[in-house]
Write a protein of this length. Sequence first.
Length: 337
Amino acid sequence: MAFSVIGRRFYCAHCNIKILLTLLPVVIIVNVFLYILLFSKSAVVVVQFDDIPNNLVPDPGNLKILNSSKSAKACDVFSKTFSGELMCPEQPATDEMLESIKSKYGIKPGGVWKPESCITPYRVAIIIPYRDRPQNLRDFLAYMHPFLVYQELEYRIVVVEQAPGRPFNRAKLFNVGFQETEKIGNTPCYIFHDVDLIPQNAKNIYACTGLVRHMSANIDVFEYKVPYDSIIGGAVAIRKSQFVDINGFSNTFFGWGGEDDDFYNRITKDSNKICRYAPDVSQYVMLSHKKQKPSTDRYYFLMTGKDRYCTDGLNSLKYTVLKLEKTPLYTRILVDL
């Protein structure tokens, strides 16, 4: 009888442990969202349509040229783009379409373009983290080059491709893209952009604002609604000085999820705010793609992230560049993380 009682106690204890282990991830997730809802105040400023020109920050170099030369003509970015209507991809892009776009718009090797008849106030590098999404990349390039040319921006598209091996690390690829692009040339404004998101409105100027801007706030798969106030995933515009000040992204998030929320916390940790354009301007389409498996430790790294802001990021970045090439429509950086 004694053995039977002990056995039952051991069995019950074993069952309780299994139940606790099963519930632990749920408890962690609930705690994270409760923390976000209860303790985080809104740090979002919505920029209305008429205020967009006043919020954009011009490139100091191009602005100096415009101010020092009476013959220099500034590109009239706003009169054209502000009459634009909603746009979206019409069909899957092919290699032939990409070749036609390169020729039609005069895209330079490395995915570089700037207006020839005027000087644009805005210069930007668009950084794309990438691995094994060839159709998404073709669609993105086929759509974005005409979109950016239409806005009369000076830009470069940089695709940072992670070599096979470790799980995908989106945030670290952004850091690599920033660091390698700075080696090519000083860039005042960066847009960190997923390859599967397409802007629908030409009024969504691809340039930096005074505040860090969450560009892709209203996505079709979320019924064009913001899922939660502190979301900052998809596409973000940030000035070089702001990115350096927060030590870039965390390098610890291998696998899907968590890195965007950590990035938001870095930006707002000193009571800084972010901005978004009005919902009708911030609309995006998400291209079809295979969903990634979420990382099992993303919540741990998110909850403990504040302890690593100063030691985990640009100043701790380690990687190996396997190949750097200027393809016809983008600068390709293949890296081993």
